[in-house]
Ligand binder design. Structure first.
Ligand SMILES: *Cc1c(COP(=O)(O)O)cnc(C)c1O
Length: 359
């Protein structure tokens, strides 16, 4: 069971020449595995913060003893390519660059190929670390094409499983770095994994039930085919965005270049409490919206649109959002959002009409 899983995960990461590791942990474990296997105490690393998840990775890097240069970006935007390039040019001692591909707290996607271009432009030979937990297997991800050295994901997002597995795509360069890196590591040690994985085993008891789940998940993804999976996420997201727009609401992402195809964070109107919208959605309409986290608590609610999902499920989320917002006191034209999304989905799925261009 294990060898085909590891082989098939490479297709998800698009990693031909490195390796993929599977850990019994949530996504956060693979963050730690990536750092502790390839870096040294005190290494200078370049990171950016623009939401709860990018914030937490910075916090971990500091606590593990890295010398973090952190660029603070206004929430609603993503990885700052120009600032990265300037920092890398100014400081050739930077050993690693970190990027959160999809910031789940704000619904912001960043340009990872662009991060690699900025590194090349600055002639940096740093390792590129990418948090792809809420992007990989839902939106395009190319570990090798984009020069990503360490790519993190987890089982409970695009892979449609319960939480409990993290997966780490590692480049040949990062595998090499792991041989001489000196940070302490044990449970997540690449060397122990390599020694046992090659024969289809793990250095400790693997969660076999989750590995069966991963098999089912990969089969579903390959049956649909990754290009179709990505197109479906694009379409589902676009319908939600049109619904939000038709309700007169704004996304938290400040411009279309940042829009995420896996989650939309929606600003609640002035005077309305986003936490109340979530509470009503959950208690009255049985819809678990994502709440606003830390800096955006109460200011947004989130519709997740990734994984095992279709157009009608997105319409139900919009319908529930309309009712929850109205019940929380917002002036909402009931049905306006769902109608706009229905219109888009009908045209996008019509065999005779070409797919309308995203707004
Ligand atoms: C969910 C998520 C994580 C990992 O969280 P875990 O709870 O440890 O699985 C990390 N980064 C992003 C962007 C996420 O969405």
């Amino acid at each position: 069971m294990t060898l085909p899983l590891l082989q098939d995960l490479r297709k998800i990461f698009k990693n031909d020449t490195g390796r993929v590791f599977i850990y019994p942990s949530s996504g956060t474990g693979a963050w730690e595995a990536a750092i502790s296997n390839t870096l040294n105490l005190g290494d200078r690393v370049l990171m950016s913060r623009f939401g709860q998840f990018s914030h937490l990775w910075v916090d971990m890097a500091k606590r593990l003893g890295l010398d973090v240069v952190s660029v603070d970006v206004e929430w609603g935007q993503g990885v700052p390519l120009d600032a990265y390039q300037q920092d890398l040019q100014r400081d050739p001692s930077i050993k690693a660059v970190f990027a959160t591909h999809n910031e789940t707290a704000t619904g912001v996607s960043s340009d990872i190929a662009g991060v690699r271009r900025a590194m090349n432009a600055a002639a940096s030979d740093a390792l590129l670390f990418v948090d792809g937990v809420s992007s990989i297997a839902s939106i395009d991800f190319q570990q090798e094409g984009w020069g990503v050295d360490l790519a993190v994901t987890g089982s409970q997002k695009g892979l449609m499983m319960p939480a409990g597995l993290s997966m780490l795509g590692v480049s040949a360069k990062a595998l090499d770095a792991a041989k001489s890196a000196t940070m302490e590591r044990c449970y997540f040690d690449f060397a122990d994994m390599i020694a046992t994985n090659n024969a289809g085993y793990f250095p400790y008891t693997p969660p076999v039930q989750l590995l069966h789940g991963l098999r089912a998940s990969l089969d579903l993804l390959f049956e649909e085919s990754l290009p179709h999976v990505f197109a479906r996420h694009r379409r589902l997201a676009e319908g939600v965005r049109r619904g939000v727009q038709a309700l007169g609401l704004d996304l938290y992402a400040v411009a279309p270049e940042w829009y995420s195809d896996t989650v939309s964070a929606i600003r609640v109107p002035d005077g309305i409490d986003g936490a109340e919208v979530c509470r009503i959605g959950f208690e009255r309409y049985r819809t678990p919206f994502g709440a606003g986290l830390s800096q955006v608590a109460g200011k947004v609610f989130r519709i997740g649109h990734l994984g095992d999902l279709n157009e009608v499920m997105c319409l139900s989320a919009l319908a529930s959002a309309e009712m929850s917002l109205a019940d929380a006191g917002a002036k909402i034209d009931l049905g306006a959002g769902t109608a706009a999304a229905q219109d888009y989905y009908r045209r996008a799925l019509s065999p005779t009409n070409p797919e309308p261009q995203p707004v």
